[in-house]
Ligand binder design. Structure first.
Ligand code: GRF
Length: 191
């Protein structure tokens, strides 16, 4: 019976470029009995991404894809098809995927962003939120569409910005919330 439940989980790929704390968190989540997803593939555009260590630690296949040529996304599609991946989570993935790729996976790619979208799309979110003296920041899980950080919002979590907060302290606070938010958003999608 346990095995049957395991088989029903949706095979998922996580795309990363850096530290991979969200990746680690998603792997742990995906191993819980009630998770709707199971992580089967890690894709990184950066061979030095620290998060790649979780591939070894959790015995999950990884592929490093050089995004400097037009064939790279076709390679990813090959890997994804071979592993029967049906869902993609972007987690600190710093490359913009092509229209073609996003269209092929429409409604099946989500991203986590460190701001309360639609505020602060793009990079340096914490720096900009602090500069604008925002009282709150937070994180958002949203569907990926052709327009950067603009797809339908699935869930958000807020954090309070204190006067003494710096880019680093805010980043830490938001990241902690991200680790709660991503699993909740995935549950919401598949509920
Ligand atoms: C997170 O803040 C995420 O919201 C953003 O990039 C960061 C990735 O952190 N897209 P990590 O690699 O998951 O630790």
């Amino acid at each position: 019976m346990k095995k049957l439940i395991g088989l029903k989980k949706i095979k998922t790929a996580v795309f990363i470029s850096g530290t991979g704390s969200n990746l680690k968190n998603l792997i742990k989540f995906s191993k819980t009995k009630t998770s709707p997803i199971l992580i089967k593939l890690i894709i990184s555009n950066n061979k030095k991404a620290k998060g790649l260590k979780y591939s070894t630690q959790y015995n999950i296949e990884k592929k490093i894809v050089n995004f400097n040529n037009n064939f790279s996304e076709n390679k990813i599609l090959d890997y994804i098809n071979k592993k029967n991946i049906k869902f993609v989570c972007l987690a600190g993935f710093m490359k913009v995927l092509s229209k073609n790729f996003i269209k092929k996976f429409k409604g099946k790619i989500v991203n986590i962003h460190p701001s309360l979208l639609p505020k602060y799309k793009g990079l340096n979110t914490h720096k900009r939120a602090l500069k604008n003296k925002e009282k709150f920041s937070g994180c958002t899980v949203h569907y990926v569409t052709i327009k950067l950080d603009s797809g339908k919002i699935i869930l958000q979590k807020k954090v309070k910005i204190k006067k003494k907060d710096t880019v680093n302290s805010l980043k830490k606070k938001v990241l902690k919330k991200e680790h709660q938010l991503y699993p909740s958003a995935i549950r919401k999608i598949f509920s």
